[in-house]
Structures are given as structure tokens and as C-alpha cells.
Ligand binder design. Sequence first.
Ligand code: TYD
Length: 140
Amino acid sequence: MKKENSVYDCVIRELPKIHNRAGNITALTSNIHIPFGIERVYYLYDVPGGSVRGGHAHKEMEALLVAASGSFDVLLDDGVNKKIVNLNRPYYGLYITSGVWRELLNFSSGAICIVLASRKYSEEDYIREYSEFKSYIHES
Ligand code: TYD
């Protein structure tokens, strides 16, 4: 199913922070703090300086990205508009709709990117070629 999703649907969400002198906790519940059911969690770490991750879109998968440590930039592209979002706090999450191209770059040393995903891993859900992405969004 094709969707018309734009970079403007990809928004920063402030996440709950339970503040404590001994340290903070952020707890996330499906369909409450995140606008989908969490089916999978993965994280990026030990990213060498200068690396670019992502470089794909998903046909169906939605995601929430959190900089659990350090910082990085997310470039979003819906085929018409682009925007760059910097993530640098564990209590902010970037929601990314399906059908939006994303690249992750400018990772700080020691950065950890947690990805909460709405789908199990499926290579069929990926669009890894930008030309294919352009065709995909124009077909809808
Ligand atoms: P990929 O999603 O392309 O990484 P990134 O977007 O961070 O650059 O995944 C990299 C590799 O890891 C690819 O071969 C698929 C594999 N992989 C899994 O097997 N399971 C997963 O849940 C994820 C996210 C990736």
C-alpha cells in the first residue's frame, strides 16, 4: 500500500523523563509515547567518525529514533522536501513515517542511536536505491 508521507509528518516528540538525583529514566510504551506498536528495537553504536548510516526508505515501517548517548543528524527526504534534524538528548525522539528517505550522519564519538520500529526486520520493506524511491513515491 502506497502512502503519501512527508518530512513534515516526521516530528520530534518529547519523551517522558523521570528525574532523579541518582539519574534519569525514560520509559516508552507502545501507542502511548510512540504512535505505533513496537515490534523491534535495535541500536547503532561504535559508529566510526564520518560514517553515514541509513540511506534507505521503508515501505511500511515507522520508527522512532533516540540519541540515547551523544548526538547525530538525521537527513529526511520525501522526494519533494528535505530537512535535517539533530538529535542530542535521550528524552527527545524523532518519529519517521514510512515512505521517507533517511540518512544518519555526523555521529559524535560514543553516540548510540536507539531505533524503535513498528515492524520486524524484512529486507522486502527496504527501498535502498534512491532512484527506486523516487519511482515508488511517484507511483502512489
Ligand atoms: P541497515 O538497516 O541497512 O542499517 P543502517 O540503516 O543503520 O545503515 O542494516 C544493516 C545490515 O544489518 C543489513 O545487512 C541488514 C541487517 N539488519 C538485520 O539483520 N536486522 C535488523 O533488524 C536491522 C536493522 C539490520
